[in-house]
Design a protein around this ligand. Structure first.
Ligand SMILES: NC(=O)c1ccc[n+]([C@@H]2O[C@H](COP(=O)([O-])OP(=O)(O)OC[C@H]3O[C@@H](n4cnc5c(N)ncnc54)[C@H](OP(=O)(O)O)[C@@H]3O)[C@@H](O)[C@H]2O)c1
Length: 347
């Protein structure tokens, strides 16, 4: 089968950073689906896993541990074969999933994935539009409802939530999920086009994350916000998050900090701080990892009944080394709005 991968962690423009390989079609384990991949999207995590470990391209630290390493953490495809213990799917089902960072990814004609973390793909949109969704939908859902403890069914309707980086892949899903839960959504974006994107997805207010966030929220009569999620640059935004969070509120971040954060500031307000890492459930094989399959099924039905729209901003063409390089280059530049997708393989 065709697969795009690498044997060494290299800078995006190195000729061997992305290569086509001819690999054996994998055999499913008992709980696996083998999926014929139709479309994928590219996430910042792909660029982080691909990135060089050492400035010298030939340094042993740059050798990929799984060789070749096939990336891709978002897929839509058709189930081609199922393992002996699979119960939820059969050959021919159209599925979507993010997968497991410890296994070969979706930039290949066939991929194995544990059925527990797979959803039935939305029927109302094309595979390429659906491929934009799984990783960011899981991250946004887990952030809002599993970490910040908000109610997806509307019990928190009307409460404000601040989403820092509204126009990226995760923010674009979080705005929509928060709106669907009835929350008042304050999203951040810094450019006219990213601000407009947030409004179109349903943000009630849009403020600039490079400006003074507490001042901009005060102008809009928000002085204390019970739930705040950070989807970019936690070091920069933590002081404003700590200042703005309401007593007994919650903060969540999907991005790590580079410097120590003064967590004591949260003590007097009895504020909780939660990390969200979308790969936690598959990576640690948690007893509730099947929640990811359930979340994806819920997301698919919300797409099918019109409560969520795709966040695909651009389709870059077939799943090839050149097109994946272009996607990584754009993501590394840091200005992508929504998601970049690719569909089909070269003949
Ligand atoms: N923990 C997890 O499970 C998980 C899951 C998914 C993603 N992530 C991580 O979360 C981050 C976001 O990923 P993503 O796919 O949502 O989006 P992304 O592609 O990284 O987001 C791009 C957007 O970030 C905004 N941005 C740039 N600098 C910023 C800053 N200093 N503060 C706030 N926003 C800034 C830009 O908006 P403007 O142009 O409007 O400034 C840009 O449009 C990445 O680091 C990714 O690796 C983590």
């Amino acid at each position: 089968m065709k697969a795009i991968g690498f044997e060494r962690h290299l800078p995006v423009d190195h000729p061997e950073a992305f290569r086509a390989f001819d690999l054996a079609v994998p055999e499913p384990g008992p709980h696996d689906l083998r999926v014929a991949v139709e479309a994928v999207s590219v996430n910042p995590v792909d660029t982080k896993v691909r990135a060089p470990r050492h400035p010298d391209p030939d340094h042993p630290d740059n050798r990929a541990d799984l060789s070749p390493r096939v990336l891709g953490f978002d897929a839509v495809g058709v189930v081609d074969a199922v393992g002996s213990a699979v119960t939820r799917f059969q050959a021919g089902d159209v599925v979507f999933y993010a997968g497991d960072i410890g296994r070969p990814g979706s930039n290949a004609e066939f991929q194995l994935v544990d059925e527990a973390i797979v959803g039935h793909a939305p029927r109302a949109i094309e595979p390429d539009a659906a491929a934009a969704l799984p990783l960011t939908a899981l991250t946004a859902w887990e952030t809002l409802f599993d970490r910040l403890g908000l109610d997806p069914d509307g019990a928190d309707a009307g409460a404000p939530i601040l989403l820092i980086n509204g126009a990226g892949g995760v923010g674009s899903m979080a705005i929509q999920l928060a709106r669907a839960a009835g929350l008042t959504v304050i999203a951040t974006a810094s450019r006219p086009e990213s601000q407009q994107w947030c409004r179109e997805l349903g943000a009630d207010e849009v403020v600039d994350h490079f400006g003074d966030l507490p001042a901009q929220l005060a102008e809009r009569k928000f002085t204390a916000v019970p739930a705040i999620a950070c989807f970019n640059d936690l070091d920069r935004h933590y002081p404003a998050m700590a200042q703005l969070v309401a007593p007994q509120g919650r903060l969540a971040s999907i991005v790590g900090n580079k410097s120590p954060l003064p967590f004591q500031e949260l003590r007097d307000k009895s504020v909780g701080f939660f990390w969200e890492y979308m790969f936690t459930r598959p990576r640690f094989d948690t007893p509730d990892k099947h929640r990811q399959g359930e979340i994806l099924d819920a997301v698919a039905s919300m797409v099918d009944d019109g409560r969520l729209v795709t966040t695909r901003a651009e389709t870059l063409g077939v799943i090839s080394a050149d097109n994946l390089r272009a996607a990584h280059r754009s993501l590394e530049a840091g200005h992508v709005i929504g998601k970049l997708t690719l569909a089909g393989f070269e003949d």
